[in-house]
Write a protein that binds this ligand. Sequence first.
Ligand SMILES: Nc1ncnc2c1ncn2[C@@H]1O[C@H](COP(=O)(O)OP(=O)(O)OP(=O)(O)O)[C@@H](O)[C@H]1O
Length: 254
Amino acid sequence: MNIAVRVSGLHVSFGARHVLREVDFCVPAAGITVLAGRSGSGKTTLLRSLNRLNETFPGCRTTGRVELDLGRGLEPVYGGSGVRPRPLNEIRRLVGMVFQTPDVLPVSVARNIALPLKVVAGAPATEIEERVRRALTDVGLWEEVADRLDLPAERLSGGQQQRLCLARALALEPAVLLLDEPTASLDVRAAADIEELLLRLAGRYPLIVVSHSPEQAVRLAARIVVLSRGRVRRVLEKGSADAAALAGLLGEDE
Ligand SMILES: Nc1ncnc2c1ncn2[C@@H]1O[C@H](COP(=O)(O)OP(=O)(O)OP(=O)(O)O)[C@@H](O)[C@H]1O
């Protein structure tokens, strides 16, 4: 099995608060890995360890090892003794992240994608229009917004904004995609659209998705990593637990 992410002996603390303890797990190169666990178990912190976003918070201390396949086999982004990790901006570009609430930029639909393409990826001006179209097509948004590319992105529906955020991440040609409760702020229909999209994208990228919903975890995941109080409690492969069993496991943590 090809591995996209390997985490070994990871500890994260914020000041005196020890949030992740001795975390070990792998993410296969294909399919969706869901991080599940009770509120406060450390799911978001673990996700943010993978693109080193935790470092933006004061008092954060990380030890252990995180390795990602960013296109040339597993390489350390933390803890590779003697190996200098890639610059942070390169890691952030190659590890796309989508948040719970769509964080569209306060510019037009097209510029939401064009701007990071220009500033972060340094894409040549001649390529930008085509790459914007391709990214919007990838997330099934092109048909809906082709005649409204100059519309402020905030005027799209919540589900469309979340797909735009995904398109923005995809346009940067990531190696791995992180999604922190990507459907939590959406209605049932928009959430179903995003789930369908994630299952489709999982054929092309390793996806790591934080989810609060046992039903959603079971629908999406090839592998579920269950966190409890900052530790990995179980790793469930597809088919080994249904939603009720997973809910039971999470409930034991109360
Ligand atoms: N930047 C930070 N500074 C201080 N403490 C933090 C920070 N980020 C997270 N924590 C603490 O780490 C613990 C785990 O938080 P985290 O957000 O990772 O959990 P979670 O499982 O994602 O929770 P939820 O499901 O409620 O989003 C919490 O006690 C939280 O208060």
